[in-house]
Design a protein around this ligand. Structure first.
Ligand SMILES: Nc1ncnc2c1ncn2[C@@H]1O[C@H](COP(=O)(O)OP(=O)(O)OP(=O)(O)O)[C@@H](O)[C@H]1O
Length: 600
C-alpha cells in the first residue's frame, strides 16, 4: 500500500536551522535597499514610541480630567495629545507595514531571480540528484519563509524589543515597587502560555497531516473506483478511510483540549495578575502613594510590555525557520555547474564544418558511477554525413547525444567538434552549432511563434513560414485560430503528437545549425502523419551532419552509415543491406522493430 501521505507532508515541512548564521544572506540581499531599511526603521521607532506614549496620555487624562472642577482647557489639551498619538500610531504603523513588506517582497524577488539564474547554468546531472519538486518547493515555500522573516519577524522583534525596554523604563519611573512585582508575575504568565502555544502548534500540524491523509485517501480511492469495485474492496476501503477519519478526530480532540486549557490559563493568569496589580495599586492610591492615572497607565503599559516579551519568545523560532530556508536557498545559489567554459576557450573554426568525433569515450553517469553507460566508443561523423544509431533499449544511444551536447564530460577519451575538444570550447558555442529534435516534441506553454523561434529569436516572419513549410507544419499552423499567435497550451497540449513533432522539426530548421541530433519518435503515428513527419525530417537532414537515433526503416535506409550499439559499445557498422545479411544484432533488431512497423 502507498506510504502514508502524512510522511510526505512531514518531509516537505521546512526544517529550521541550528543557528542564525544563514540569515546573513538575507541581510546582504536587503542591504541593496538602504532607503527602504531607513524608512522602515524610522516608522518602527515612531510607532513603538507612540504606542508607549498612549498610556502616558491616559494617566494625565485620568488624573486631571475626571476630577470635579478641573480645567476644561487642560482636558482638551490632553485629549488632543491622545488623538495626535493615535494619528501618529496609525500613520506610522501603515508606513512600517508598507516599507517592511515591500522590503520583504523585494528581497524575495531578488533571491528568486538569483536562484533561477544559477539554476539555468547548472548541468543536467544536478537535476538528477535534486528533484525538480524539491527545488521548486525551495523556490516557493522557502522564499515565502524569508519574506516573512524580512517582512514580519524582524520588524516584530525590533518593535517588541523597543517596547519592552522603553516600557520597562517607563514602568520603573511610574512605580518602582509595582514594577518589581510585575517582573515577578510576567514570567509566571508568559511561560505557561508559551509552553501551551508550542504544544498547540505541534498538535495543529499533526492535525493538518491527518486531514491530508483523509484527502489523499479520498482522491486515491475515487481515482481508482473501478478497481475498488471490480475487486469488491468497498468494505476494506471504508475501513481504511474510517481509520484515518478516527485518527483525525482523536488529534482534533487533543488539539481542542489543549486549546481549552490554554484559554483557561490565559484568562486566569492575565486577568488575575492585572487584578492583583490593581489591587496592590489601589492600596497604594489609598495610602496616597500613587494617583489613579498612574495605576491605569501602569496596567496598560504592563500589558504592552508583557505582550512584547511574549512575542519575543516566539521570534527566535521564526528566525531559526527563516535561517533554515536561507541555508537551503544558499545551496542553490552557490552550486557550481559541473560543466564550465574554460577560462580561455579555444575558438571554433568559422564557418562551421559540422564534423563530430568521439575518440575512445568511456562514460558513467554521476548518479551511477559503477555502471558504464558508454565504453570505449569511437565514431567520426564527417561533415554532411548521416549516421543512424540503432540498438536495444538502454544501449547508450541517448547518452551519445548528451555527450555531444556536453551535458556531461566523459571519464576517458574525448569528443571533438570541428576538431576542437569540447572540454576546450565554450559550451554555449558548441551548442550553438547543434540543433536537437527530441523524441517527443517538447513545447512550451507559449504561442506557436515563440515555440518555433525558440532557437532563433531574430527569425523573420518569412523565415518562420519557410521553416514551417519545410517541416510540413504550414497547413495546420495556418489553420490555428490566431495563426502563429495561438497559445499552444501546457507543453503544446493543443496540438496532436504528430503536429508537435513537426513544430519541433521546424524549430530545428529555424535554428539552422550545421549538426543535427535527431531522436526519432518511437510512438506510433497514423500513416499519414508518419509520412509527413518523415518527409520533414528528410528535408531537415539535407546538407547537415546528422546523428539520428533511428526507429524507422526509412531512416536507416536513407542513412549513409548505420552504427549498432549494445551495452554502451559499437558492435556493428555498415549499411542496411550488409548488416541485414550478416545476421547479427542489427538483423535481429531490424526484423523485430522495422518490418512490423513501416513498409519500405
Ligand atoms: N541520467 C541518467 N542517470 C543515470 N543513468 C542513466 C541516465 N540516463 C541513462 N542512464 C543509463 O545509461 C544507460 C544508457 O542509457 P541511454 O538512455 O543512453 O539508452 P538508450 O539506448 O538511449 O535507450 P532507449 O532506447 O531506451 O532510450 C542505461 O543503462 C540507463 O539506465
Amino acid at each position: 500500500m502507498a506510504k502514508s501521505p502524512a510522511s510526505e507532508t512531514d518531509s516537505v515541512e521546512p526544517k529550521p536551522a541550528r543557528d542564525l548564521g544563514p540569515l546573513g544572506m538575507i541581510f546582504r540581499a536587503a542591504r541593496a535597499y538602504p532607503g527602504l531599511i531607513v524608512a522602515a526603521g524610522v516608522a518602527l521607532v515612531v510607532t513603538a514610541s507612540a504606542t508607549l506614549a498612549i498610556p502616558a496620555g491616559f494617566r494625565e487624562i485620568i488624573d486631571r480630567g475626571f476630577s470635579e472642577g478641573s480645567d476644561p482647557g487642560e482636558i482638551n489639551r490632553w485629549f488632543r495629545y491622545l488623538l495626535g498619538m493615535v494619528v501618529v500610531l496609525a500613520v506610522g504603523t501603515a508606513c512600517r507595514f508598507y516599507f517592511v513588506s515591500i522590503l520583504g517582497e523585494r528581497v524575495v524577488a531578488d533571491i528568486r531571480l538569483a536562484v533561477q539564474q544559477n539554476l539555468l547554468r547548472l548541468s543536467p546531472g544536478f537535476f538528477e540528484e535534486n528533484s525538480p519538486k524539491e527545488i521548486s518547493s525551495r523556490m516557493t515555500a522557502d522564499t515565502t519563509l524569508i519574506e516573512s522573516v524580512v517582512g514580519t519577524t524582524i520588524s516584530v522583534a525590533l518593535r517588541n524589543l523597543i517596547m519592552a525596554i522603553g516600557g520597562l523604563v517607563y514602568l520603573v519611573w511610574l512605580a518602582p515597587g509595582l514594577t518589581v512585582m510585575l517582573l515577578l508575575v510576567v514570567p509566571a504568565v508568559i511561560v505557561p502560555l508559551v509552553v501551551f502555544g508550542r504544544r498547540l502548534r505541534k498538535i495543529s500540524r499533526a492535525s493538518q497531516d491527518r486531514v491530508a491523509d483523509v484527502a489523499a485517501t479520498t482522491s486515491e480511492v475515487l481515482g481508482a473506483m473501478k478497481i475498488v469495485q471490480g475487486f469488491n474492496q468497498e468494505g476494506r476501503e471504508l475501513a481504511r478511510f474510517g481509520k484515518f477519519v478516527e485518527e483525525t478526530f482523536v488529534t482534533a480532540k487533543h488539539r481542542i483540549l489543549t486549546r481549552s486549557l490554554m484559554t483557561l490559563c490565559g484568562i486566569a493568569f492575565v486577568f488575575g495578575s492585572i487584578v492583583l496589580l490593581m489591587w496592590r495599586g489601589a492600596v497604594q492610591v489609598a495610602e496616597g502613594l500613587l494617583s489613579g492615572g498612574t495605576i491605569a497607565a501602569f496596567v496598560l503599559t504592563g500589558v504592552l510590555v508583557a505582550g512584547a516579551f511574549g512575542s519575543l519568545t516566539e521570534v527566535y523560532g521564526d528566525l531559526l525557520r527563516g535561517a533554515g530556508a536561507a541555508s537551503r536557498l544558499k545551496e542553490l545559489l552557490e552550486e557550481q555547474p559541473a560543466i564550465k567554459a574554460p577560462a580561455r576557450p579555444q575558438a571554433m573554426p568559422e564557418p562551421p564544418r559540422g564534423s563530430l568525433a568521439f575518440q575512445n569515450v568511456t562514460f558513467s553517469y554521476p548518479t551511477r558511477p559503477t555502471d558504464t553507460a558508454i565504453r570505449d566508443f569511437t565514431l567520426t561523423v564527417e561533415p554532411g554525413e548521416t549516421v543512424a544509431i540503432v540498438g536495444p533499449s538502454g544501449a547508450g544511444k541517448s547518452t551519445i547525444f548528451q555527450l555531444a551536447e556536453r551535458f556531461y564530460d566523459p571519464q576517458a577519451g574525448s569528443v571533438k567538434m570541428d576538431g576542437v575538444p569540447l572540454t576546450q570550447a565554450d559550451p554555449a558555442e558548441v551548442r550553438r552549432r547543434m540543433a536537437l529534435v527530441p523524441q517527443e516534441g517538447i513545447l512550451f506553454a507559449a504561442s506557436a511563434r515563440d515555440n518555433l523561434r525558440y532557437g532563433n529569436w531574430q527569425a523573420s516572419e518569412e523565415a518562420i513560414w519557410e521553416a514551417a513549410r519545410t517541416a510540413n507544419a504550414e497547413d495546420f499552423l495556418r489553420d490555428l485560430p490566431q495563426g502563429l499567435d495561438t497559445f499552444l497550451g501546457d507543453g503544446g497540449a493543443r496540438l496532436s503528437g504528430g503536429q508537435r513533432q513537426r513544430v519541433a522539426i521546424a524549430r530545428a530548421v529555424l535554428r539552422d545549425a550545421p549538426i543535427l541530433l535527431l531522436d526519432e519518435a518511437t510512438s506510433a503515428l497514423d500513416a499519414e502523419s508518419e509520412q509527413l513527419v518523415q518527409q520533414a525530417l528528410e528535408r531537415l537532414m539535407q546538407n547537415r551532419t546528422t546523428l539520428v537515433i533511428a526507429h524507422r526503416l526509412a531512416t536507416v535506409r536513407a542513412a549513409d552509415r548505420i552504427v549498432v550499439m549494445d551495452k554502451g559499445e559499437i558492435v556493428e557498422q555498415g549499411d542496411h543491406a550488409s548488416l541485414s545479411a550478416s545476421g547479427g544484432l542489427y538483423a535481429r533488431l531490424a526484423s523485430l522493430q522495422f518490418d512490423a512497423k513501416a513498409p519500405a
